[in-house]
Design a protein around this ligand. Structure first.
Ligand code: SAM
Length: 272
């Protein structure tokens, strides 16, 4: 949409953007509102925002929900965030690299809802980090590059179906919500962005016997995606493993359903 039709997002302050921290600040109130509506904070929710930046999403959330925890790595943003949040509600700032934050410890037994316009340079590591703590997270509403969201939500047969699709869809329900154009940010990124919702599944219903083995198998299968599974999974799945699951050893990874990967992993897990 033409940004001139939308008011600027109500950031409480401005700061120069740091490229190395993936800083593209959301500056279009229309999309801020869409994100806040998608999050739809409810009383009692424990909201945690990754990368609040200048507060484009933080302050509108805090107006609707009086308590919020944010995780921000840029020390220059801590004092202005604290000052701008003071009249609005209770903002707890965790000044750390999000990849070092133990979400399970942060949740402390009461699941958290994650929100964030993620730093795009580390969006996949953040997703894998969150997966490790999925039991402590009730849902995630994230903005990332649209290309990454497409990969997250892709199914078998799609050119962009891969390791990220299988790992996320095995552990979470993945729903792509809407696209956000570059003009909605200052400075604008080079690519379209999209907002996605992830809802972790109950691990008991996922039925993966050994999560590490599953992750290893999926990585190997897509590491050589042009090879047949017989070759790509050499040393991990033997002919008996293929026979036990009914998965064809001459198929390629991109043809398999998520359930096929789970079956192959469970048939070959030593802890199964
Ligand atoms: N939420 C703001 C918005 O929508 O305008 C800022 C989003 S900006 C794309 C990403 C934010 O993540 C920045 O504030 C950046 O400083 C922060 N960030 C970058 N790397 C980080 C890390 N490793 N841990 C925590 N925050 C990080």
């Amino acid at each position: 949409m033409n940004p001139s039709h939308s008011p600027r997002a109500g950031a409480g302050f401005t700061a120069p953007a740091k490229k190395q921290l993936g800083q593209h600040f959301l500056a279009d109130a229309h999309y801020v509102e869409k994100i806040v509506l998608a999050v739809n904070p409810r009383p009692g929710d424990r909201l945690v925002e990754i990368g609040p930046g200048q507060g484009a999403i933080t302050f509108p959330l805090l107006r609707r929900h009086p308590q919020l925890t944010v995780i921000e790595f840029d020390r220059d943003l801590i004092a202005p965030l604290t000052a701008a949040a003071a009249p609005l509600g209770e903002l707890t700032i965790v000044h750390r690299d999000v990849l070092q934050v133990d979400f399970t410890e942060l949740a402390g037994g009461s699941p958290i809802r994650l929100v964030g316009n993620l730093p795009y340079n580390i969006s996949s590591p953040i997703l894998f980090h969150a997966l490790e703590h999925a039991a402590a997270i009730s849902d995630m509403t994230f903005m990332l590059q649209k290309e990454v969201v497409d990969r997250m939500a892709a199914g078998p047969g799609s050119k962009v179906y891969g390791r990220l699709s299988v790992m996320l869809q095995a552990w979470c329900q993945v729903t792509s919500l809407f696209v956000v154009p570059p003009g909605a940010f200052r400075p604008p990124p080079k690519v379209d962005s999209a907002v996605v919702r992830l809802v972790p599944r109950d691990p008991a219903t996922v039925g993966i016997a050994d999560p590490q083995h599953f992750a290893h198998l999926v990585k190997a299968a897509f590491g050589q995606r042009r090879k047949t599974l017989r070759n790509a999974l050499n040393g991990i799945v033997d002919e008996a493993g293929f026979a036990a699951t009914g998965v064809r050893s001459d198929a390629r990874a991109e043809q398999l359903e998520v359930a096929d990967f789970i079956a192959l992993a469970n048939a070959t897990a030593t802890t199964a």
